[in-house]
Design a protein around this ligand. Structure first.
Ligand SMILES: N[C@@H](CCC(=O)N[C@@H](CS)C(=O)NCC(=O)O)C(=O)O
Length: 222
């Protein structure tokens, strides 16, 4: 069975999860693969103990443990591996130009959202309300309003998903939909994005990363 190493933790409002690992979790679900989750202590991402570095040389999550004990790191690499190894329920196009488009969209989502402005909103939720940096959270929202959301809005003008059909390029946006469900940031100026995030949340795979799903109910699938 595949093992997904991630950080996920209960919170009075619901369940908080690593955004990059959520990208992989939804693809394991979309492909209906058997997997289980191994949850690391969030503090290990700062301490970077040798056991973690042995699996992921940058000491991050996610990494995926294969049945032979080998590990694969980086959410984008893992998702491409899953697609190549398990081609059923295809999530990437065959033609070179369309493939390049999908990879550009996925890279944009990673850079502008997951490592760009989203952590400023998301990281404070892992702390108590009184210790959150509200100014930083608002800066994150403003960053999304200035860069990520206008571009995404333009991409969604003529299709339901960023590259037409649901693909690997939509995986990072599942994590964005999760964070924005918790944060409740207004998307009134971005109606196509708002409808898109609702569409993503209605996919069965979203249940595995939803803040409404408990840790016990999202440990993997058989
Ligand atoms: N490019 C990596 C980024 C992974 C990443 O930044 N993960 C976060 C958790 S969402 C982490 O482990 N942060 C700890 C760190 O940056 O040292 C990927 O796509 O997997």
């Amino acid at each position: 069975m595949l093992i997904l190493a991630t950080t996920e933790r209960e919170y009075p409002w619901g369940t908080l999860r690593s955004t990059h690992a959520s990208k992989v979790k939804v693809i394991l679900e979309e492909k209906e693969l058997a997997y289980r989750v191994e949850r690391l202590n969030p503090g290990d991402l700062w301490k970077k103990p040798p056991e973690l570095l042995a699996k992921h040389p940058l000491g991050k999550v996610p990494y995926l443990l294969l049945q032979n004990g080998a590990s694969i790191f980086d959410s984008t690499v893992i998702n491409e591996y899953l697609e190549d190894r398990y081609p059923h329920n295809a999530l990437k196009p065959n033609r070179d130009w369309e493939l390049a488009q999908m990879r550009m969209q996925e890279t944009f989502a990673d850079e502008a959202f997951l490592v760009g402005d989203l952590p400023k909103i998301w990281m404070p939720y892992w702390s108590k309300p009184e210790s959150r940096d509200e100014a930083m959270m608002e800066a994150g929202r403003e960053g999304l309003r200035r860069r990520g959301l206008p571009y995404l809005e333009s991409q969604l003008a003529s299709h339901d998903y960023v590259c037409g059909d649901f693909s690997l390029a939509d995986a990072p946006y599942m994590a964005v939909a999760m964070v924005l469900e918790v944060d409740g940031m207004a998307l009134t100026d971005f109606p196509a994005c708002a409808a898109y995030f609702d569409r993503l949340r209605s996919r069965p795979s979203y249940r595995s990363i939803s803040p409404k799903t408990s840790l016990e109910a999202s440990e993997g699938r058989n």
